[in-house]
Design a protein around this ligand. Sequence first.
Ligand code: AHR
Length: 497
Amino acid sequence: MLLHGNIKHIIGHRSPLIYGHFIEHFHRQIYGGIYDPNSPLSDEDGFRTDVIDALKKIKIPILRWPGGCFVSSYHWKDAVGSKRMPFFDKAWRVEDPSTFGTDEYIMLCRKINCEPYICTNAGTGTAEEMSDWVEYCNLETEGKYAKWRIENGFPSPHKVKYWSIGNENYGFWEIGAKDSKEWSRLVKESVKMIKHVDPLTQLSAAALTDLDWNIHLLTEAGDFLDWISIHQYWDPINQTNDYADYEQTMAYTHRIGHSIEKMRGLLTAMNLEKKIKIAFDEWNLRGWYHPNVHTIQQGITKEEYLYPRDKNDDNTKYTMADAIFTACFLNELNRNCDIVGMANYAPAVNTRGCIFTYPEGIVLRSTYHVFDLYVNYMGDIVLNTWSENMPFITVQNKAKENLDISALDILVSKWSDKPGIAVAAVNKNPLNFQSLQLDIAGAKGNVKHFCLMGESTESYNDINHEEVKIQKKDLGSFSDNREIILPPHSINIIQIL
Ligand code: AHR
């Protein structure tokens, strides 16, 4: 394939927040994951230092918390101060000890040097409870909640800029689910009260790529909103855990940006595309495995609804399929950087996350290295390109339909603060090397090739088992139409500096 471009043809400046993450009070993400006070690997505040270091290496820019479904019956006041109230989490049907609350979360964000992004309880919560939370976090000394924070040992405000009203309150599975009219009214009253507490907050609200839902939401509350939140998991295996294989996963990369297209259209139709940005604040190839929770016939025994969650911890399942998909979606987020301002990989640690913890250490799953490549090796200015002779592959999706999809997914970037370009080239072909010729006007310098791959499409990383890693090659000086060979099932960053 021949790729044409020009370092002056700019699509936009992508926000660093598109490489954000999410962490929820679910299974071992928090307790036994990032927060493990009894671990010898934890610091004085109870945080796993190996996890902190790994999160810092991929420069997580923003971390959404505490849910997810969890938040829709969560009362933040149970988990601050000296008297923590353990409570039964009705979303995930376990007791939460409340030892990890707002102040611990802020400490975590400070340790990994990221923006906090708090999702509020719009299920059983109220506009007042949400705005009390903002008082606690953002007011200097005014009122009882700021004074409570000071009493708890935090004299300075936490300065939480990003807040979301609710999580998936459109869904029957969500505690406190609402119809579009109820939702728009609650959001409006909530954002009004929050803005009265701190007008500098940036507010999002749970949304769908659905006309009715968004017309009500944006008509009522659009004036107060800066973001609109959407979620997507492409392989819906929450109940079955029947992983899409490599070919079926490649089928999911076809029109991978469909939700973004739809939301862009809805915002444009309402003349809001310049005011409100998309926060794609939960995404992952695969849904989390938690059977018998969101159904009326809920699992009766813990063997039916609780213990199966441990199967999310099977590292052999996070292969090059997950890595290739993740790279294709990060490319799509970059291509839509004019309207997607934030995205949060769900989740960061354990479950389907890019980091897996065990008592003696961590495993960096294949997807972790994709974030490493994009955050540390790609530029922040997205360039426009066009291609000739795009190769295609035919894949079969889970519905047994055959799809012809592009074998390559290419993104070209440059830096706002230094010369050079960086090309992200994803080869989805499971068997064949692909040739990529670069005709990028203005590109000059030496070529470095960073390639993430394993021996096969099924390669994975696990405890004392590393198959997927980044390999670096120096390819000498760049010349026009320089051919780069892309290995099968690989993610490649080609830097020309
Ligand atoms: O499977 C996890 C859930 O997925 C999150 O809690 C929720 O936000 C989404 O539906």
